[in-house]
Design a binder for this molecule. Structure first.
Ligand SMILES: Cc1cc2nc3c(=O)[nH]c(=O)nc-3n(C[C@H](O)[C@H](O)[C@H](O)COP(=O)(O)O)c2cc1C
Length: 157
């Protein structure tokens, strides 16, 4: 049995998790903001989160920290949805416990989207600043990376 557990602020990590659940139709899909799944009941686990200000969401971090021992004993994949392509490794190192980074069969970014039209207040300001960063030479994810999602899913078939 496979668990796909995600945390998503603007719906991008959610969309990635939904694509994974179509690729892996027997998997249970759980929103960590609404439910706290028990990883003991699964053979394989995929955990995903959006990134804000250099970190994964609190719900995803809490899930990884709380279940670190059990997660490192299972088949595990961890994905982030982020905008700044060049900071992926930094985010993973800062947000994911080392033993989980080392035990995961797949860990990385599945791309991301920053759609200012759907954001408000400070979020919108940050989205605009990010768009400017492109002009300064940063690589920005603008879509989900379907190749990465396929590759991640292939470990669980
Ligand atoms: C307020 C805010 C802060 C963000 N901070 C970062 C960041 O530090 N690094 C990054 O790569 N992307 C950042 N992003 C972009 C998001 O990671 C990207 O939009 C992602 O697809 C969101 O996934 P989610 O909707 O599942 O939360 C930020 C976006 C917002 C709105």
């Amino acid at each position: 049995m496979i668990l796909i557990a995600y945390a998503s602020k603007s719906g991008v990590a959610k969309e990635a998790a939904e694509i994974l659940s179509k690729l892996l139709p027997s998997a249970d899909l759980v929103d960590l903001a609404k439910e706290t799944p028990q990883p003991e009941s699964y053979d394989a686990i995929i955990v995903g989160s959006g990134v804000r200000i250099g970190a994964i969401s609190k719900a995803a971090r809490a899930f990884l920290d709380t279940h670190k021992a059990i997660l490192s004993s299972k088949k595990l994949a961890i994905f982030i949805a982020n905008s700044f392509a060049d900071s992926t490794n930094e985010v993973l190192e800062a947000s994911i416990p080392r033993e989980l980074r080392e035990s995961a069969v797949w860990i990385g970014s599945v791309g991301g989207k920053l759609d200012a039209a759907n954001l408000r207040g400070l979020d919108k300001v940050i989205a605009k600043a990010a768009s400017k960063a492109v002009k300064e030479g940063q690589r920005l994810h603008e879509e989900l990376n379907h190749t990465a999602l396929e590759e991640l899913a292939s470990h669980f078939r």
